[in-house]
Design a protein. Structure first.
Length: 161
């Protein structure tokens, strides 16, 4: 019996995730998108995985550049998450009015995040409408000492510690 896509979407809303922005730079073009399909894969070497929908601009630019950056957002960066999810006015320049920095690959990182991972693509896997990008972490930096932004059931949440 096949699972209905809408039923699956509803079920996955029960899975709490952290929120990241995956960014890249290719031929002077910076772009990024909000992603919660992110996980660590290996410690030695340090590998992470992001899942990007093939029809997105970020996917195309990561595929061409072979690099990506991951900014793990802090609990106070809901507006950043919304913007990079396509809910801000200027889709061409999601970085407008944001402070950024770079590490080794020149992929931009968004100030205010709690963790920054600079990655070089080492493997890709086709997965239906998405591509799984495995990236070797070639540089990392801790950001703000803050709680992560959490997403659950179409709402942002705060950790209770």
């Amino acid at each position: 019996m096949a699972v209905d896509p809408e039923d699956f979407r509803f079920a996955m809303r029960r899975w709490a995730t952290g929120v990241t922005v995956v960014t890249t730079l290719y031929q002077g073009v910076r772009h990024g998108m909000t992603v919660n399909s992110f996980t660590s894969v290996s410690l030695t070497p340090p590998l992470v995985l992001v899942s990007l929908e093939r029809k997105t601009r970020t996917h195309s630019l990561v595929e061409k550049s072979g690099v990506f950056g991951i900014t793990v957002l802090s609990e106070n960066q809901q507006s950043v998450s919304d913007c990079f999810a396509g809910r801000c006015g200027d889709h061409d320049n999601r970085f407008a009015n944001l402070s950024t920095h770079t590490l080794l690959t020149e992929a931009p990182f968004i100030e205010g995040g709690i963790l920054f991972l600079d990655c070089r693509v080492v493997s890709t896997f086709a997965a239906s409408t998405h591509t799984l990008f495995i990236g070797e972490v070639i540089a990392s930096k801790l950001g703000k000492d803050d709680q992560p932004l959490i997403y659950l059931d179409r709402m942002y949440r705060r950790m209770q510690v």
